[in-house]
Ligand binder design. Structure first.
Ligand SMILES: Cc1cc2nc3c(=O)[nH]c(=O)nc-3n(C[C@H](O)[C@H](O)[C@H](O)COP(=O)(O)O)c2cc1C
Length: 182
């Protein structure tokens, strides 16, 4: 069983990125457990003076979760051509230690735009030594209302695409050279 942590960069209750990750978790293959990280909004703003023995409890929890995980999936909105501060803040807490080093990661997208945020995430996560998976998934949910989002994510083609994306990522984690159709 692979244990994968999913991080949404949005704190909105009706977040399209969080909805996408919840659907990914629900449609993951039976041999993958995808768990959503729920602490982004509780993380204190990163301060290197607060690392080590002084690491705040939520940051320590995040570091522990990523350390134990077999992989990480991120879905993140774009604000003003960047990633939201909360997402960057979470990554900043992971820079100094070993949690991110060689950790398989996959980016998925709930918006067909957000190209700056995608590029920035990829650049930052590669710099942190995440092993960024070449595949991914995009399901356009931008501007959709919750009921519509639910309908789109429940479409068989999208459920299959989500299952396939996680399967391909899991395959790459297991070193089976599975390539995504994305
Ligand atoms: C303050 C703000 C700035 C935004 N800036 C951009 C942007 O620069 N580029 C873009 O593609 N979308 C931008 N958006 C749209 C969001 O990325 C979009 O609403 C996204 O669905 C939000 O993700 P969520 O549904 O998970 O909260 C912005 C939204 C907000 C609230």
């Amino acid at each position: 069983m692979l244990n994968i942590i999913a991080i949404s960069g949005s704190l909105r209750a009706a977040s399209t990125n969080s909805a996408l990750l919840a659907a990914l978790a629900a449609n993951a293959p039976a041999d993958c457990r995808v768990q959503l990280y729920d602490g982004l909004g509780r993380l204190p703003i990163f301060n290197p003076d607060e690392e080590g023995e002084r690491t705040p409890s939520e940051a320590a929890r995040l570091i522990e979760m990523i350390t134990r995980a077999d992989g990480v999936i991120v879905s993140c909105p774009e604000y003003a051509h960047g990633m939201p501060g909360g997402m960057k803040n979470a990554l900043d807490w992971l820079v100094s230690g070993e949690a991110a080093v060689g950790k398989p990661a996959m980016l998925v997208h709930a918006s067909p735009r957000s190209l700056y945020a995608r590029a920035a995430l990829a650049e930052i996560m590669r710099t942190m030594s995440f092993a960024l998976f070449g595949g991914g998934l995009e399901i356009a949910l931008l501007g959709k209302k919750p009921a519509e989002i639910e309908m789109i994510l429940d479409e068989e083609a999208n459920r299959q695409a989500m299952r396939e994306a996680v399967r391909a990522f899991a395959g790459s984690i297991r070193g089976q050279n599975v390539t995504s159709s994305y």
